[in-house]
Ligand binder design. Structure first.
Ligand code: SAH
Length: 222
């Protein structure tokens, strides 16, 4: 037992140092939230050996848990404060949700695939994350009853910027981070809302699974 926890701990510390801090993400609150979240719990049992690897990994149903660096980058650029209400679209494994729950006041997380949502819910309950609200639905429609949000994070690739959603459910002055672009490769963008204007800054190239829904990609097998 002792041995396992020591090796997990050193894998975690190595991930934080080599994949996150040495690549320029140094925000202390973000690093602490990552340090306090056992990433292996968010993997299927037979996939846990890859928990601290420098890449995205499969979580079933054709979906992926994001690469640690990508989670750190998105979280840092979102600039989450303790009083914030955050909308997350694409719960997936719930790993990013757990990190947001340590930084924000309330987290509202939407997932379209019920089995993934159920597993994420169980993990977050085990970790006693009491400020997370889950919904099984199409996140491209947002969460009207809980809007407006200080922050919106979309962790699946949108074909185009979902302006209508952002103008309807992001607070004035609020920040959204999301991947936008074709399926083969997207750009991670940071969007700041100034009244009716959405100011967009490109962060980096990335590759996410598709955001599928009414204001995303069509729901078809390919
Ligand atoms: N942050 C997650 C990423 C999961 S992958 C993690 O690191 O585990 C993206 C997730 O978005 C998938 O689980 C996918 O099912 C979900 N998704 C795609 N389109 C969606 C939509 N319209 N509404 C809600 N979830 C969606």
């Amino acid at each position: 037992m002792q041995k396992t926890s020591v090796s997990t701990n050193s894998s975690l510390e190595m991930m934080i140092r080599q994949q996150i801090i040495e690549r320029g993400i140094t925000d202390a609150r973000v690093i602490e939230a990552i340090r306090a979240t056992p990433r292996e719990l968010f993997f299927p049992r037979d996939g846990r050996a890859a928990a601290y690897s420098d890449r995205p990994s499969p979580i079933g149903h054709g979906q992926m848990i994001s690469q640690p660096y990508m989670v750190a980058l998105m979280t840092a650029r979102l600039e989450v404060q303790p009083n914030h209400r955050v909308l997350e679209i694409g719960t997936g494994s719930g790993y990013q949700t757990a990190i947001l729950s340590k930084l924000a006041g309330e987290v509202y997380s939407i997932e379209r695939l019920k089995p993934l949502l159920d597993s994420a819910w169980e993990r977050l309950m085990d970790l006693a994350a009491r400020n997370v609200h889950f919904r099984h639905s199409d996140g491209t429609l947002g969460w009207k009853e809980a809007a407006p949000f200080d922050r919106i994070l979309i962790t699946a690739g949108a074909p185009t910027l979902p302006d209508a959603l952002l103008l309807e459910q992001l607070k004035d002055g609020g920040i959204a981070v999301l991947p936008v672009g074709p399926q083969e490769g997207q750009i991670l963008v940071k969007v700041t809302r100034h009244g009716d204007v959405l100011e967009t800054t490109d962060l980096c190239a990335c590759r996410f699974v598709k955001l599928i829904g009414q204001n995303g990609w069509a729901d078809k097998q390919d």
